[in-house]
Design a protein around this ligand. Structure first.
Ligand SMILES: [Cu+2]
Length: 195
């Protein structure tokens, strides 16, 4: 085989492997149904080494006739799992646990995403590594519990299907807090874990 051909073959192989890896990552994101709730596009983000907290996201649609409430019962990667909500207060983004679970009204679709409601994985047992999955047990008051696998995307990745960038809060997270150009992110969790 000539050198040129061998280079071509190597490029083709590299491309194939790249496509396979991409397929493997996207294939891991499954949809789930529990009772009349449909859970779609679970995903998470890699965390830096030593981070005490991470976040996971998904979309929940209530196809039933009654409201339900989402809580997090636990995760394999964290000592504690909570549902957090974020709000702007005096120009400062704050997050806090949702007491009694996040309400999903009948016919409503709620998207947990960066800068908004999210699953907070606190007291991480190990960093969340891109390409792997993190599992969490979600609990609905009426529909019951379900174990969900969240594929872990790169640090600072945008939501799957969303335009790249992800908003100022996400950009701020990728840098050191003091360098963040966006609103200061103050975390109101008891453990002081960052988003
Ligand atoms: Cu949080």
């Amino acid at each position: 085989m000539t050198e040129r051909m061998s280079t071509l073959v190597q490029s083709a192989l590299a491309m194939t492997i790249g496509i396979l890896q991409f397929t493997a990552v996207t294939a891991q994101a499954a949809d789930y149904d529990v009772g009349s709730l449909h859970l779609a596009q679970p995903w998470s983000r890699a965390t830096p080494k030593g981070a005490s907290a991470g976040a996971a996201y998904l979309t929940v649609t209530n196809n039933g006739a009654a409201p339900d409430r989402l809580s997090c019962a636990g995760s394999d990667a964290a000592a504690q799992c909570q549902i957090h909500t974020m709000s702007m207060e005096n120009g400062v983004m704050k997050m806090r646990p949702v007491e009694g679970g996040l309400e999903i009204k009948p016919g409503e679709t709620v998207t947990l995403k960066p800068g908004s409601d999210h699953l907070m994985l606190m007291k991480l047992k190990h960093p969340l590594e891109a390409g792997k999955t993190v599992e969490a047990t979600l609990q609905f008051d009426k529909a019951g519990t379900i174990n969900v696998a969240f594929p872990i995307l790169a640090m600072g990745a945008a939501a799957p299907g969303a335009p790249a960038g992800g908003g100022s809060i996400d950009d701020g997270r990728a840098r050191r807090p003091n360098d963040a150009a966006g609103p200061a992110l103050v975390v109101g969790t008891a453990s002081g874990g960052r988003l």
